[in-house]
Write a protein that binds this ligand. Sequence first.
Ligand code: HEC
Ligand code: HEC
Length: 280
Amino acid sequence: MRTHAQEGRPRGARGLVPVIQLLAVLVAPAAGAQGATQGATLFTQRCATCHTVGEGDRVGPDLHGVLERREEAWVTRFITSPGAVIDAGDPVATALLEQFNGIRMPDQQLTPEERTALYAFFRDCTQKGKGACKPSPAAKMGTDATAEEIARGRRLFEGTEPLAKGGPACFGCHDVRGVGVAGGGTLGPNLTFAFARMGERGMRPALAKLDTPMMGALYAKAPLEEEEQYALKAFLADASRDGSKPRPDRDFFYLGLVGTLAVLGFMGVAFGATAKRGQP
Ligand code: HEC
Ligand code: HEC
């Protein structure tokens, strides 16, 4: 029964395919380009741990040209619930499961818009050719960074490694707990918990643009490169995670000590004054 239905449908649908493709070409360009960018970001966040597009198999198959080798309806059914498709005995899915060591792809909760964006990205990659769809470094999650990426972010923040396009180091205007001996500048807000506050969604565009009133003038002509955006995001993500559990911080300790001495000194003066005044 099932095979009958499957064989019957494509024959009728096949005649429609060229028309649909033509329509897609006519309608796609403007919307497609934007969708592809959005799809690339989604892919990096949700699929890239297991898949590449054109860079070979990982945990799952290389998805380069997936919409050419499979029907879109099948891909939609599969990514919505790989387990259900496998359990239904679908031959393609069963073969894939075997080929990929019995690892089952987890169900992907995607809205229809997200799926459309992903498909636009896949098609865009096919059109550009193999190897054109390396993931954008800035789109990787800040919390997925290696120790080396975090360390580079710190060097860029402090200015011990210059920014490629010549922008000023963030340290001149921003402090992050534990950076430098005396701490960073105070013209801008303290960024220790900026990542926790802004989140991945807020931080990525903020670093891509740096277009607040104060920073815009400085970075409009010297934007951060994608790798720099990523390293700084990784550093700030690490800083906010690290700072979230209270730890003895030397700068804070000294500041506290200085503050305490100042207060004691003031009290001493005040007390001395009242004591003197109190004397006959
Ligand atoms: C945890 C790993 C993992 C993640 C995350 C993942 N997949 Fe998969 N995917 C797999 C594996 C493994 C297979 C091979 C089939 C199987 O074993 O389930 C697969 C197969 C596929 C296939 C079929 C490929 C073909 O050649 O027909 C598609 C399409 C696919 N994945 C799309 C996606 C998309 C889109 C995302 C992100 C929204 C995603 N996957 C996220 C592991 C993953
Ligand atoms: C000339 C001083 C200056 C420099 C240099 C500077 N910033 Fe800023 N930054 C500011 C100011 C001031 C603000 C607050 C918004 C405003 O008034 O422009 C800010 C805001 C921010 C915010 C938003 C914080 C929030 O809580 O909303 C982030 C993130 C940020 N800066 C990151 C950076 C990074 C990363 C660098 C280095 C590449 C950098 N800044 C360099 C002055 C600076």
